[in-house]
Design a protein around this ligand. Structure first.
Ligand SMILES: Nc1c(NC[C@H](O)[C@H](O)[C@H](O)CO)[nH]c(=O)[nH]c1=O
Ligand SMILES: CC(=O)[C@@H](O)COP(=O)(O)O
Length: 140
């Protein structure tokens, strides 16, 4: 049993709830424990994971959020920078699954968030579990 922290950006509450449902089910089905930490937006997710990782309380993390394109360049900043910073943390050896969906509209988001359809939350949780397994395999 490993301890996972789902870090969710509560920007689109209903979509997030579906992503979290999928992530939690995947973690619990695999025999792991899941807590949830809420941050305002996707840009806060990497910082929150870095702080939580430093505490040593968690073995792995699942980033959950929804970024929907608006009218300005802000979409590129939020989508790109959150992914870039999560990747940087992953390269530091932190097991993270990235379940921040970056979409053109709400319909695309619904299909991806729904556990019965594309289940991107569950997919991200499984990726975090896979990375933790690899980290444990190569731990000295
Ligand atoms: N537009 C979206 C954001 N924007 C907010 C930023 O993530 C951040 O909270 C703000 O710039 C303060 O630092 N966040 C999302 O998660 N989704 C969006 O569509
Ligand atoms: C992430 C976004 O693009 C969006 O939430 C911001 O919209 P806008 O570019 O219209 O300010």
């Amino acid at each position: 049993m490993a301890r996972f922290l789902i870090v969710e950006a509560r920007f689109y509450a209903e979509l997030n709830d579906k992503l979290i449902e999928g992530a939690r089910a995947a973690l619990e089905d695999a025999g792991h424990q899941a807590d949830v930490l809420t941050v305002p937006g996707a840009l806060e997710i990497p910082g929150a994971i870095a702080l939580a990782a430093e505490s040593g309380q968690y073995d792995g993390f699942v980033a959950i959020g929804v970024v929907i394109r608006g009218e300005t360049y802000h979409f590129e900043i939020v989508a790109g920078e959150s992914a870039r910073a999560i990747m940087a943390l992953t390269m530091d050896g932190i097991a993270i699954g990235n379940g921040i969906i970056t979409v053109e509209n709400e319909i695309q988001a619904q299909v991806r968030a729904d556990p019965a359809q594309k289940n991107k939350g569950g997919e991200a949780a499984k990726a975090a579990i896979a990375l933790l397994d690899i980290a444990q395999r190569f731990a000295h």
